[in-house]
Design a protein around this ligand. Structure first.
Ligand SMILES: [Zn+2]
Length: 448
């Protein structure tokens, strides 16, 4: 009994202290974030645009023009970064021959440019992926010869991938990070489908996929909104993957807002706003924009946590448009319409999340919520993570109507009894390293 009273006192103290607690930035991550350069990003995009077109069906034999030249250049950048990585970064073009499909009119050698930064812990099999699409399009998606600059769609995402590889390859992380620029997005998510299916087949332990597509322009068409302090993260709520087998549990526990992708989106928001100044991460409760899709979808469909990062407002004069002038409006996806400072911040958002996850221990195991007795307490218990060095854990807590976690309770125990009712809150548990890097949260399973 005495013990319980003490625990209540301790917990009350932690709760009241929490409001004043400022979670410190990890200095290593802060330093990496500072290194992200708007100038580097701009120079990558200038080079990408110089290939004339990067349509997936364009030439692969011309040294200077087309998707072939573009992917060789990305590979050369990755190989350049590999030299500073102490042999832990390796890169190659992962190719596959595809047959004709709706937007592919001839058998096609498709290539994703993949750089893998191997983790330092042999036992840590976690993989984190940052993805952008190298290919682009004109108004006619089958037009493979005319100019298509593709500065923002998706030069922005590709440049973010390259910049993160440049900076992160000089550092050591427990988990493995894959930097990829895929092809075939505009022809039907072909490159990401190939990669996600391969991952599933080979049982990759992917913890998070950050898909970056269209995130370097700060204004909308038609409505003239200008905004470079907010960015959207799209995530699926109800997981389509194995929904039938999980539907009963999700409905019973009210977990329709706690799927893997939604948890990742919440994490991206918290860590992003911790490390990137003047950037608000806006969660959008949709898998993607209205009736549209992107490269995170094949991962989501294979059961992985994957989200889409996209600018706050899109300008449709500069997306999927031939470069031309009509009624005094300049159409086309040109670099002059981009905001490289905004793209720098959105690149930082990726970097800090990848780094924080890669430095964190893996997730706590067998996280359970005790439902044996009816009580107004919530009894949670779990086991240490399989890999990584753990300093402690955060118990996360939020009201059922709150989109984000509201309380973060630190403990070094693996068994906690909180004076809050499981009826009225959602809970989850994260592992924490000594340098303050937290794992993704685990929603407790039922223990009877
Ligand atoms: Zn795109």
């Amino acid at each position: 009994m005495k013990k319980t009273v003490l625990l209540i006192l301790a917990v009350t103290f932690i709760f009241s202290a929490y409001a004043q607690t400022i979670i410190q930035r990890d200095p290593e991550i802060e330093q990496m974030v500072k290194e992200v350069s708007a100038d580097s990003i701009q120079s990558y995009i200038k080079t990408l645009v110089s290939f004339g077109t990067r349509n997936t069906l364009s030439t692969q034999t011309d040294a200077k023009r087309g998707i072939g030249a573009a992917r060789n250049w990305v590979l050369s950048k990755f190989n350049q970064f590999a030299k500073q990585s102490n042999r832990r970064l390796t890169a190659f073009i992962d190719t596959v021959t595809l047959q004709r499909s709706r937007r592919v009119d001839t058998p096609l050698l498709l290539g994703n440019v993949v750089a893998t930064l191997r983790g330092t812990d042999e036992k840590d099999d976690r993989i984190l992926i940052i993805s952008g699409h190298l290919d682009n399009r004109r108004s006619d998606v089958m037009d493979r010869t005319g100019d298509a600059p593709g500065a923002n769609d998706d030069g922005s995402g590709s440049a973010a991938v390259i910049e993160c590889a440049r900076i992160m390859s000089k550092h050591r992380f427990s988990a493995t990070i894959i930097f990829v620029t895929v092809s075939g997005e505009e022809q039907g998510l072909l490159g990401s489908t190939y990669m996600a299916n391969k991952a599933k087949k080979q049982n990759w332990n992917i913890e998070a996929v950050l898909n970056n597509d269209i995130m370097g322009s700060n204004n909308s068409s038609e409505t003239n909104i200008i905004n470079n302090t907010q960015v959207r993260v799209f995530s699926e709520g109800l997981p389509a993957y194995e929904l039938d087998s999980n539907a009963k549990r999700i409905r019973q526990l009210g977990l329709e807002n706690d799927g893997k992708a939604r948890q990742l989106a919440r994490y991206v928001k918290e860590i992003g706003e911790r490390y990137v100044d003047n950037l608000q991460v806006v969660m959008i409760y949709r898998n993607d924009r209205f009736l549209r899709g992107g490269d995170h979808l094949p991962y989501v469909e294979n059961g992985y946590a994957a989200v889409r990062i996209t600018e706050m407002n899109e300008n449709f004069y500069h997306q999927h448009q031939d470069v031309r002038k009509e009624n005094n409006i300049q159409y086309g996806d040109l670099p002059e319409f981009m905001d490289f400072e905004y793209l720098r911040k959105n690149t930082c958002l990726n970097l800090c999340n990848l780094a924080n996850l890669a430095k964190a221990p893996s997730m706590p195991q067998e996280v359970k919520i005790d439902v044996k007795d009816l009580t107004n307490y919530t009894h949670l218990f779990w086991k240490a993570p399989a890999t990584g060095s753990v300093k402690g854990y955060y118990i996360l807590m939020r009201e059922t109507t709150s989109p984000v976690w509201q309380k973060k309770i630190y403990t070094e125990q693996t068994d906690v009894n909180l004076p809050y009712s499981m009826d009225n809150y959602f809970f989850a548990v994260q592992s924490l390293s000594a340098t303050g890097n937290e794992s993704l949260p685990v929603v407790p399973a039922i223990s009877r």
